[in-house]
Design a protein around this ligand. Structure first.
Ligand SMILES: NC(=O)c1ccc[n+]([C@@H]2O[C@H](COP(=O)([O-])OP(=O)(O)OC[C@H]3O[C@@H](n4cnc5c(N)ncnc54)[C@H](O)[C@@H]3O)[C@@H](O)[C@H]2O)c1
Ligand SMILES: [Fe+2]
Length: 386
């Protein structure tokens, strides 16, 4: 079987990547809509971007309008601003939220219609150039053909896809992640780990995605605790920024599986941030998935890569050792429970049926080597309260 492999057209990574990006930005257009949030303005990161644009005679319109995970309403607002200001390309600065918003705005500028028209379909028409500048080390959205936008009418996180959503330029500069608060560092770091583990253990894994998934796992286990404890450790931040990028490339060319499938409904209904809802589910889902055909061997590979495999262990032993290690990492990073997060138990239980349906409709759980049915998904949701 042949495998297609996609990545951003250009990736500029490493310390001071942003300062040196003018040459590449100039090739992409003459007026950019900068999509970002208020924190990027107040922490001075937007000014770093506008400085590079001004030095290179690129005009811009600034829009700090993505102050939560992106919704359909924000996307429609962004499209209007883009046309009114006469922009010809897009720059997103921030976490996955501004980057995903940028992709959806770009998509509808040429593909037209409404976001729901493209659910479950592939976006085909070429869209304006996209520049992704991540400030969290997590989503990998700078290197994926996906965007996740909340449909505010139906309380569903829509997953839209298409190779045209792949950024033309990803600027992965660890200096931009230094101010990321510890809670965000933890949640986004676990998001990246979830991408890597899911990509490696997915039915859709391919030899090239495996390389990126493994490298990401190694960097995350080697550096996430340090980035969490000491946010100003630039080398740990650099390793995490690279890991998130690699994990994004990995799942983009393989897939996510049960964790992401079950995580999006929790985010859509209870506004738990993406990385946190993944982290809440990770242990329980891996304990379910480990019984899938061939999964133990894959989990054992990860255990070897991160250095926890001991001589004499079977693949089964190594898999459970990995699951234990991941649980320990989540605990060291103080990942909250649903209760800690303020979710009401009754409300959660009343919505399990809808969440299980939405998880299955997304298609992601089917990529797990042990395909879950609705009852099994329901049991995993329930187990989050024990
Ligand atoms: N497209 C994809 O492939 C993909 C993959 C995974 C997740 N996602 C999506 O990404 C979104 C989540 O993105 P996220 O986890 O990066 O969070 P986010 O973009 O929502 O940011 C979380 C918070 O951290 C703040 N923040 C970000 N960087 C900071 C920094 N350097 N310093 C200080 N504060 C900072 C933001 O202002 C925000 O308040 C979700 O909508 C999720 O569905 C997309
Ligand atoms: Fe994710």
């Amino acid at each position: 079987m042949a495998n297609l492999f996609l990545s951003p057209r250009k990736i500029l990574s490493g310390k001071e990547a942003l300062e040196t990006s003018g040459l590449y930005l100039k090739e992409l257009g003459s007026k950019a809509l900068i999509i970002t949030d208020n924190i990027m303005v107040s922490t001075g990161k937007v000014q770093k971007v506008t400085k590079v644009l001004e030095e290179n005679a690129i005009q811009y319109k600034l829009w700090p309008g993505i102050n939560s995970e992106p919704t359909d309403e924000m996307v429609y607002q962004g499209i209007e601003l883009y046309s009114e200001a006469g922009c010809d390309f897009l720059i997103a600065l921030g976490g996955g939220s501004p980057i995903d918003a940028m992709k959806a705005i770009g998509a509808l500028i040429t593909n037209k219609g409404s976001l729901t028209d493209y659910m479950g379909k592939e976006l085909k028409k070429t869209i304006p150039n996209l520049v992704a500048i991540p400030t969290t080390a997590g989503t990998g959205s700078e290197a994926t053909q996906f965007t996740i936008i909340t449909d505010t009418k139906n309380n569903v996180k829509m997953l839209l896809k298409g190779a045209v959503l792949m950024p033309s330029l990803a600027i992965v500069d660890p200096g931009l992640t230094i101010t990321s608060p510890a809670t965000v560092t933890a949640a986004t770091g676990i998001d990246a780990l979830t991408h890597a583990v899911e990509a490696y253990s997915s039915r859709k894994a391919q030899p090239l995605s495996d390389v990126f998934a493994m490298s990401a796992c190694k960097r995350i286990f080697g550096n996430l605790r340090q980035a969490y404890i000491n946010g100003s450790d630039l080398e740990a931040r650099n390793q995490m920024a690279l890991a998130a990028l690699e994990a994004g490339i990995a799942f983009n060319n393989s897939s996510v599986t049960i964790v992401h499938g079950m995580s999006r409904p929790i985010g859509a209904l209870f506004h738990v941030t993406h990385g946190v809802s993944n982290a809440m589910l990770l242990g329980a889902c891996l304990k379910f998935a480990v019984e899938g055909e061939g999964t133990e061997a894959r989990f054992a590979d990860i255990a070897k890569t991160i250095g926890i495999f001991k001589e004499g262990m079977t693949a089964k032993d190594a898999s459970w050792e990995l699951i234990k290690e991941i649980d320990k990492l989540c605990s060291d990073l103080h990942i909250p429970t649903l209760k800690d997060y303020g979710v009401a138990r009754d409300e959660f239980f009343n919505n399990i049926d809808k969440m299980a349906d939405d998880a299955l409709i997304s298609g992601s759980p089917d990529n797990t080597r042990r395909k879950p049915n609705k009852d099994e998904i329901t049991e995993i949701y329930k187990s989050l309260w024990i």
